[in-house]
Design a protein around this ligand. Sequence first.
Ligand SMILES: Cc1cc2nc3c(=O)[nH]c(=O)nc-3n(C[C@H](O)[C@H](O)[C@H](O)COP(=O)(O)O)c2cc1C
Length: 196
Amino acid sequence: MNCCVLQGSPRKDGNTEQLLNSFLAEWIVCGNTYKKIWLYEKQILPCIACRKCQQDWSVFGCQQRDDMQYIFDTILACDLILLATPIYSWYCTPPMKAMLDRLVYGMNKYYGERKGPALWEGKYLALLTTCGYPPGKGADLWTQGMQRYCKHSKLVFQGILAEHDHGYQSTFMTEEKALHARQFARFLSGKAERSK
Ligand SMILES: Cc1cc2nc3c(=O)[nH]c(=O)nc-3n(C[C@H](O)[C@H](O)[C@H](O)COP(=O)(O)O)c2cc1C
């Protein structure tokens, strides 16, 4: 299975990246491949609701010239979309939110004169996140929002791995977190049931 990893953390060696590294090591062991895109390194302009993307149902069709065409193409070529992000103000980070807005219009041709297709229909989507609150209070709204986003977009929501950051004075990664990341990778590979 080919995974498109959209990394939304601004910190190259941060908590989310450390958790992701454990996930990806197991993902590869399970015989899969991935392509990672650092969203803070890309230019992702906000959607301006011009609806030009609704004119041609066969392409992304966005008039803005930035890195979103590349991201769109990479997503269309993958089986699994993995959104990796720290929680910022109970949701994802700004470049990921801008990307999600551009995709919800560019991929879903629902907003013209007639209702068209969802170009990414049937793709799997999963979340990997870290947060300062316990996940039930830090990542709950992000989870709910993305479940609804997937239903709307005809994506197949595959679940979330969320881990708690206990603060700047503590070491984020533990053996338990690494184990959860490996289990999540195996679950998404379809090779093992998730035990968490
Ligand atoms: C600007 C900012 C906003 C944050 N907002 C939240 C929040 O709403 N809820 C939460 O649980 N944690 C919040 N956090 C904590 C981060 O999600 C947490 O420290 C995370 O592990 C950081 O991941 P990183 O090292 O990949 O950047 C916030 C952190 C920052 C810097």
